[in-house]
Design a protein around this ligand. Sequence first.
Ligand SMILES: [Fe+2]
Ligand SMILES: [Fe+2]
Length: 248
Amino acid sequence: MSHELKRLVNKISDEALRKQVVDLIEGFTVEIGGVVFEGLSLEATPGGMRRHHAYWEGLIQHTMASATIASALCDVIKEIYRGEVDRDVVLTAVITHDLMKSYVYRLTEKGDYRMSRLGERMDHLTLIVSELIRRNFPLEVIHAVAAHHGRNGPISPRTIEALVCFVSDDADAKLNGEVLNAARFLLSDCAGVRGVPLTAEQAFAVVRAKQTRGCEGVKKELEKINAGKSSPNTSFSGATSQDTLLNP
Ligand SMILES: [Fe+2]
Ligand SMILES: [Fe+2]
């Protein structure tokens, strides 16, 4: 398990629940009808195939970001709305919600992501919910994971913890997806280049450069991106879209 993920898991205060999460992360497998499927390592797993975090370590980054947002939302509920929320349930659900993406995507030789053979038949949400049930996770955790796609999933959030999990997941997916879309558009608009693999860090820098230094700033960022192309943390570029919130 990565150091960052371990630090996150250690924030689960209930010892038994924390152990369940560690065991899950270190040993989750998928076997259906006697067929054992192969998954990507957590490091190689993206947060999504195209829409958000579609790059190496994307899932870990998405998990860390969603957990940070979820923790802030728990503070808001407690300190501003004077409500109650179970942080262990929220954290466990956020940490586990997309784990099965490692089984539904595969990495191509070109370095982009496609559906795996299993992903053509099963979705990550069903797979993780089955695994959580099989491992006797608490119902409140299973519900929050099952409801993390909100109205687009098999059940919508019925608890405060599930609502926090859904909102934080959605917020981070949008934040990441929109900044990457905007950066791709700006690279195309200002420098005429398309299909540049970008990390989220580079995308934020490109958008920042445009807002502070205009197209000249974007071109400078592109030079930096090209100079560091050998970095292992490069992303699948996806399509250049003009339909972006940060679009000038
Ligand atoms: Fe999901
Ligand atoms: Fe997610």
